[in-house]
Design a protein around this ligand. Structure first.
Ligand code: NAP
Length: 295
Protein backbone atom coordinates (compact mmCIF):
# COMPACT_ATOMS: atom_id res chain seq x y z
CA UNK A 1 0.00 0.00 0.00
CA UNK A 2 1.46 3.44 -0.86
CA UNK A 3 2.60 5.59 2.04
CA UNK A 4 0.20 8.01 3.69
CA UNK A 5 1.21 11.59 2.85
CA UNK A 6 1.96 13.87 5.79
CA UNK A 7 0.64 17.24 4.65
CA UNK A 8 2.76 19.99 6.20
CA UNK A 9 0.72 22.75 4.59
CA UNK A 10 -2.54 21.55 6.17
CA UNK A 11 -0.95 20.85 9.57
CA UNK A 12 0.83 24.24 9.49
CA UNK A 13 -2.43 26.04 8.63
CA UNK A 14 -4.20 24.37 11.55
CA UNK A 15 -1.41 25.31 13.94
CA UNK A 16 -1.46 28.93 12.70
CA UNK A 17 -5.23 29.05 13.23
CA UNK A 18 -4.74 27.82 16.82
CA UNK A 19 -2.05 30.44 17.33
CA UNK A 20 -4.56 33.16 16.42
CA UNK A 21 -6.32 32.70 19.77
CA UNK A 22 -3.16 33.69 21.64
CA UNK A 23 -2.22 36.45 19.19
CA UNK A 24 -5.66 38.05 19.64
CA UNK A 25 -5.41 37.75 23.43
CA UNK A 26 -1.97 39.38 23.45
CA UNK A 27 -3.12 42.17 21.13
CA UNK A 28 -6.16 42.79 23.34
CA UNK A 29 -3.66 43.45 26.15
CA UNK A 30 -1.74 45.90 23.93
CA UNK A 31 1.06 43.50 22.97
CA UNK A 32 1.58 42.76 19.28
CA UNK A 33 4.25 40.05 18.94
CA UNK A 34 7.05 41.54 16.83
CA UNK A 35 9.75 39.87 14.74
CA UNK A 36 12.85 41.51 13.25
CA UNK A 37 14.59 39.74 10.39
CA UNK A 38 18.10 40.80 9.47
CA UNK A 39 19.31 40.07 5.96
CA UNK A 40 22.93 40.80 5.07
CA UNK A 41 23.98 40.68 1.41
CA UNK A 42 22.14 39.62 -1.69
CA UNK A 43 21.78 35.83 -1.45
CA UNK A 44 18.64 35.15 -3.52
CA UNK A 45 17.47 32.14 -1.46
CA UNK A 46 17.93 34.08 1.81
CA UNK A 47 15.96 37.02 0.41
CA UNK A 48 13.13 34.66 -0.55
CA UNK A 49 13.06 33.06 2.93
CA UNK A 50 12.99 36.46 4.63
CA UNK A 51 10.18 37.65 2.33
CA UNK A 52 8.16 34.51 3.12
CA UNK A 53 8.66 35.05 6.84
CA UNK A 54 7.49 38.68 6.56
CA UNK A 55 4.41 37.62 4.60
CA UNK A 56 3.60 34.97 7.21
CA UNK A 57 3.87 37.63 9.96
CA UNK A 58 1.49 39.93 8.05
CA UNK A 59 -1.03 37.16 7.58
CA UNK A 60 -0.85 36.20 11.26
CA UNK A 61 -1.20 39.80 12.49
CA UNK A 62 2.33 40.05 13.88
CA UNK A 63 4.47 43.17 13.69
CA UNK A 64 7.61 42.67 11.64
CA UNK A 65 10.62 44.57 10.38
CA UNK A 66 13.12 43.43 7.79
CA UNK A 67 16.49 45.12 8.02
CA UNK A 68 18.53 44.73 4.85
CA UNK A 69 22.25 45.42 5.02
CA UNK A 70 24.88 45.56 2.30
CA UNK A 71 27.15 42.54 1.82
CA UNK A 72 30.14 44.71 2.89
CA UNK A 73 28.60 45.26 6.37
CA UNK A 74 31.19 44.81 9.11
CA UNK A 75 30.81 42.57 12.13
CA UNK A 76 30.84 45.65 14.40
CA UNK A 77 27.96 47.21 12.47
CA UNK A 78 25.91 44.02 12.67
CA UNK A 79 26.64 43.60 16.39
CA UNK A 80 25.45 47.18 16.94
CA UNK A 81 22.22 46.43 15.08
CA UNK A 82 21.64 43.29 17.15
CA UNK A 83 22.15 45.35 20.33
CA UNK A 84 19.62 47.92 19.11
CA UNK A 85 17.07 45.17 18.40
CA UNK A 86 17.79 43.55 21.78
CA UNK A 87 16.69 46.83 23.40
CA UNK A 88 13.69 47.50 21.14
CA UNK A 89 10.40 46.87 22.99
CA UNK A 90 8.39 46.39 19.77
CA UNK A 91 10.61 43.43 18.86
CA UNK A 92 10.14 40.15 20.75
CA UNK A 93 11.98 37.90 18.32
CA UNK A 94 15.16 38.45 16.29
CA UNK A 95 16.34 36.30 13.46
CA UNK A 96 19.58 36.79 11.60
CA UNK A 97 19.24 35.05 8.26
CA UNK A 98 22.15 32.71 7.52
CA UNK A 99 24.56 32.42 5.82
CA UNK A 100 26.37 35.63 6.71
CA UNK A 101 29.19 37.08 4.56
CA UNK A 102 32.60 35.64 5.39
CA UNK A 103 33.95 38.82 7.10
CA UNK A 104 31.39 38.27 9.90
CA UNK A 105 31.63 35.56 12.56
CA UNK A 106 28.25 33.81 12.62
CA UNK A 107 28.89 32.56 16.14
CA UNK A 108 29.71 36.01 17.51
CA UNK A 109 26.48 37.40 16.03
CA UNK A 110 24.22 34.56 17.15
CA UNK A 111 25.72 34.68 20.64
CA UNK A 112 24.90 38.41 20.90
CA UNK A 113 21.16 37.96 20.28
CA UNK A 114 19.41 38.22 23.66
CA UNK A 115 18.44 34.62 24.62
CA UNK A 116 14.87 35.79 25.41
CA UNK A 117 14.54 37.07 21.81
CA UNK A 118 16.37 34.17 20.16
CA UNK A 119 13.39 32.73 18.28
CA UNK A 120 15.69 30.65 16.05
CA UNK A 121 16.98 28.84 19.14
CA UNK A 122 20.63 29.16 18.08
CA UNK A 123 22.03 30.94 21.18
CA UNK A 124 24.01 28.51 23.37
CA UNK A 125 21.69 29.23 26.29
CA UNK A 126 18.70 27.95 24.30
CA UNK A 127 20.73 25.08 22.81
CA UNK A 128 21.61 23.97 26.36
CA UNK A 129 18.08 24.41 27.70
CA UNK A 130 16.60 22.42 24.79
CA UNK A 131 19.13 19.67 25.43
CA UNK A 132 17.97 19.37 29.05
CA UNK A 133 14.31 19.39 27.95
CA UNK A 134 13.30 22.86 29.24
CA UNK A 135 9.91 23.62 27.59
CA UNK A 136 10.40 27.40 28.02
CA UNK A 137 13.48 27.37 25.76
CA UNK A 138 13.20 28.30 22.09
CA UNK A 139 13.27 25.17 19.96
CA UNK A 140 14.81 25.61 16.48
CA UNK A 141 11.96 25.96 14.03
CA UNK A 142 12.72 23.11 11.62
CA UNK A 143 13.12 20.23 14.10
CA UNK A 144 10.31 21.69 16.23
CA UNK A 145 8.14 21.60 13.09
CA UNK A 146 9.12 17.99 12.40
CA UNK A 147 8.15 17.04 15.96
CA UNK A 148 4.77 18.75 15.47
CA UNK A 149 4.25 16.91 12.16
CA UNK A 150 4.80 13.60 13.95
CA UNK A 151 2.58 14.49 16.92
CA UNK A 152 -0.22 15.84 14.75
CA UNK A 153 -0.12 12.83 12.42
CA UNK A 154 -0.62 10.57 15.45
CA UNK A 155 2.77 8.94 15.01
CA UNK A 156 3.62 7.03 18.15
CA UNK A 157 7.11 8.27 19.04
CA UNK A 158 7.63 6.86 22.53
CA UNK A 159 9.90 3.83 22.54
CA UNK A 160 10.37 3.94 18.77
CA UNK A 161 13.73 3.96 17.06
CA UNK A 162 14.26 7.32 15.37
CA UNK A 163 17.21 7.55 13.00
CA UNK A 164 18.29 11.06 12.02
CA UNK A 165 20.56 11.44 9.01
CA UNK A 166 22.54 14.70 9.34
CA UNK A 167 24.07 16.28 12.45
CA UNK A 168 23.85 20.02 11.72
CA UNK A 169 23.27 22.43 14.57
CA UNK A 170 20.07 23.73 12.95
CA UNK A 171 18.39 20.40 12.18
CA UNK A 172 20.01 17.06 13.13
CA UNK A 173 21.33 17.79 16.62
CA UNK A 174 18.31 19.71 17.98
CA UNK A 175 16.06 17.09 16.36
CA UNK A 176 17.78 14.43 18.45
CA UNK A 177 17.36 16.53 21.61
CA UNK A 178 13.63 16.98 21.00
CA UNK A 179 12.97 13.31 20.30
CA UNK A 180 14.95 12.33 23.40
CA UNK A 181 13.04 14.60 25.77
CA UNK A 182 11.00 12.91 28.46
CA UNK A 183 7.45 13.89 27.49
CA UNK A 184 4.99 14.15 24.60
CA UNK A 185 6.80 14.07 21.27
CA UNK A 186 9.83 12.48 22.91
CA UNK A 187 11.02 9.25 24.53
CA UNK A 188 12.35 7.86 21.26
CA UNK A 189 15.53 5.82 21.02
CA UNK A 190 17.68 8.07 18.85
CA UNK A 191 20.52 7.35 16.45
CA UNK A 192 22.28 10.07 14.46
CA UNK A 193 24.10 9.34 11.20
CA UNK A 194 26.50 11.63 9.37
CA UNK A 195 28.99 11.58 6.53
CA UNK A 196 31.38 9.25 8.42
CA UNK A 197 28.73 6.67 9.31
CA UNK A 198 29.67 3.28 7.91
CA UNK A 199 27.13 1.21 5.99
CA UNK A 200 24.45 3.83 6.47
CA UNK A 201 21.78 1.63 4.88
CA UNK A 202 22.12 -0.92 7.68
CA UNK A 203 21.33 1.88 10.15
CA UNK A 204 18.51 3.63 8.27
CA UNK A 205 16.78 0.28 7.78
CA UNK A 206 16.42 -0.01 11.56
CA UNK A 207 14.39 3.20 11.76
CA UNK A 208 10.75 3.25 12.76
CA UNK A 209 11.01 6.99 12.16
CA UNK A 210 13.59 8.16 9.61
CA UNK A 211 14.40 11.88 9.44
CA UNK A 212 16.73 12.97 6.66
CA UNK A 213 18.49 16.38 6.58
CA UNK A 214 21.69 16.23 4.55
CA UNK A 215 21.17 18.39 1.44
CA UNK A 216 21.80 15.57 -1.07
CA UNK A 217 19.08 15.20 -3.70
CA UNK A 218 17.18 11.88 -3.42
CA UNK A 219 19.98 10.28 -1.39
CA UNK A 220 17.69 7.92 0.51
CA UNK A 221 16.39 5.21 -1.80
CA UNK A 222 13.62 2.72 -1.19
CA UNK A 223 15.99 -0.07 -0.11
CA UNK A 224 17.26 2.13 2.76
CA UNK A 225 13.82 2.27 4.37
CA UNK A 226 12.24 -0.28 6.68
CA UNK A 227 8.80 -1.25 5.32
CA UNK A 228 6.11 0.79 7.11
CA UNK A 229 8.52 3.39 8.54
CA UNK A 230 7.56 7.05 8.92
CA UNK A 231 9.89 9.09 6.70
CA UNK A 232 10.40 12.82 7.18
CA UNK A 233 12.31 14.53 4.39
CA UNK A 234 13.82 17.83 5.52
CA UNK A 235 15.98 18.33 2.43
CA UNK A 236 15.29 21.04 -0.13
CA UNK A 237 17.43 20.76 -3.27
CA UNK A 238 17.17 22.36 -6.69
CA UNK A 239 17.75 19.97 -9.57
CA UNK A 240 17.88 21.07 -13.19
CA UNK A 241 14.72 20.43 -15.16
CA UNK A 242 14.73 22.00 -18.64
CA UNK A 243 11.09 20.93 -19.11
CA UNK A 244 10.04 23.60 -16.59
CA UNK A 245 10.02 27.32 -17.37
CA UNK A 246 12.12 28.12 -14.31
CA UNK A 247 14.63 25.45 -15.35
CA UNK A 248 14.66 23.52 -12.06
CA UNK A 249 12.47 21.63 -9.65
CA UNK A 250 12.68 21.09 -5.91
CA UNK A 251 13.40 17.63 -4.56
CA UNK A 252 14.11 16.37 -1.08
CA UNK A 253 16.89 14.19 0.31
CA UNK A 254 14.63 11.16 -0.15
CA UNK A 255 13.68 9.55 -3.44
CA UNK A 256 9.95 10.20 -3.13
CA UNK A 257 8.74 7.74 -5.77
CA UNK A 258 10.71 4.86 -4.26
CA UNK A 259 9.96 5.81 -0.66
CA UNK A 260 6.23 5.99 -1.12
CA UNK A 261 6.16 2.31 -2.12
CA UNK A 262 7.91 1.24 1.10
CA UNK A 263 7.19 3.77 3.85
CA UNK A 264 4.07 3.82 6.01
CA UNK A 265 3.93 7.62 5.95
CA UNK A 266 6.02 10.24 4.17
CA UNK A 267 6.40 14.01 3.82
CA UNK A 268 6.47 15.50 0.30
CA UNK A 269 8.91 18.18 -0.90
CA UNK A 270 7.65 20.84 -1.23
CA UNK A 271 4.67 20.86 1.14
CA UNK A 272 6.09 18.82 4.02
CA UNK A 273 8.60 20.24 6.48
CA UNK A 274 8.99 23.66 4.76
CA UNK A 275 5.61 25.16 5.74
CA UNK A 276 6.11 23.93 9.31
CA UNK A 277 9.42 25.77 9.67
CA UNK A 278 7.78 29.15 9.10
CA UNK A 279 4.82 28.22 11.29
CA UNK A 280 7.12 27.34 14.20
CA UNK A 281 8.97 30.64 13.78
CA UNK A 282 5.62 32.40 14.28
CA UNK A 283 4.96 30.12 17.25
CA UNK A 284 8.31 31.02 18.79
CA UNK A 285 7.70 34.75 18.25
CA UNK A 286 4.35 34.47 20.05
CA UNK A 287 6.07 32.47 22.80
CA UNK A 288 8.68 35.25 23.12
CA UNK A 289 5.96 37.90 23.44
CA UNK A 290 4.09 35.79 26.01
CA UNK A 291 7.25 35.24 28.07
CA UNK A 292 8.03 38.97 27.82
CA UNK A 293 4.65 39.76 29.41
CA UNK A 294 5.29 37.20 32.19
CA UNK A 295 8.93 37.68 33.14
P1 NAP B 1 24.25 20.95 6.63
O1 NAP B 1 24.53 21.95 7.68
O2 NAP B 1 24.96 21.02 5.32
O3 NAP B 1 24.49 19.51 7.27
C1 NAP B 1 24.39 18.36 6.49
C2 NAP B 1 24.60 17.15 7.36
O4 NAP B 1 24.43 16.02 6.53
C3 NAP B 1 25.98 17.06 7.97
O5 NAP B 1 25.88 16.63 9.30
C4 NAP B 1 26.68 16.03 7.10
O6 NAP B 1 27.60 15.21 7.81
C5 NAP B 1 25.52 15.15 6.69
N1 NAP B 1 25.80 14.45 5.43
C6 NAP B 1 26.20 15.01 4.26
N2 NAP B 1 26.36 14.05 3.33
C7 NAP B 1 26.07 12.88 3.94
C8 NAP B 1 26.06 11.54 3.50
N3 NAP B 1 26.40 11.21 2.25
N4 NAP B 1 25.71 10.58 4.38
C9 NAP B 1 25.38 10.91 5.66
N5 NAP B 1 25.36 12.16 6.13
C10 NAP B 1 25.72 13.13 5.26
O7 NAP B 1 22.69 20.91 6.25
P2 NAP B 1 21.38 21.40 7.04
O8 NAP B 1 21.44 22.88 7.21
O9 NAP B 1 21.12 20.53 8.20
O10 NAP B 1 20.30 21.12 5.90
C11 NAP B 1 20.10 19.82 5.40
C12 NAP B 1 19.02 19.88 4.33
O11 NAP B 1 17.81 20.34 4.91
C13 NAP B 1 19.31 20.86 3.18
O12 NAP B 1 18.76 20.33 1.99
C14 NAP B 1 18.56 22.10 3.57
O13 NAP B 1 18.17 22.89 2.46
C15 NAP B 1 17.34 21.50 4.22
N6 NAP B 1 16.67 22.36 5.19
C16 NAP B 1 15.33 22.51 5.03
C17 NAP B 1 14.63 23.28 5.92
C18 NAP B 1 13.16 23.42 5.75
O14 NAP B 1 12.56 24.28 6.35
N7 NAP B 1 12.53 22.56 4.97
C19 NAP B 1 15.28 23.92 6.98
C20 NAP B 1 16.65 23.71 7.14
C21 NAP B 1 17.34 22.92 6.24
P3 NAP B 1 28.99 15.78 8.44
O15 NAP B 1 28.57 16.54 9.67
O16 NAP B 1 29.74 14.55 8.74
O17 NAP B 1 29.59 16.66 7.40
Amino acid sequence: MPAKLIDGTAIGDKLRAELQVEIRALRARGVTPGLAAVLVGDNAASATYVRMKGKACDEAGLYHETIRLAKETTEAELLALVERLNADHKIHGILVQLPLPTQISTQRILHRVAPEKDVDGFHPENVGRVSIGDPAAFRPATPFGVQQLLLRSDVDISGKHAVIVGRSTIVGRPMAALLLQDGPGGNATVTICHSRTRDIKSVTRLADILIVAIGKPEFVTGDMIKPGAVVIDVGVNRVEDPSLKKGYRLVGDVNFEEAKKVAGALTPVPGGVGPMTITMLLYNTVQAARQWTQP
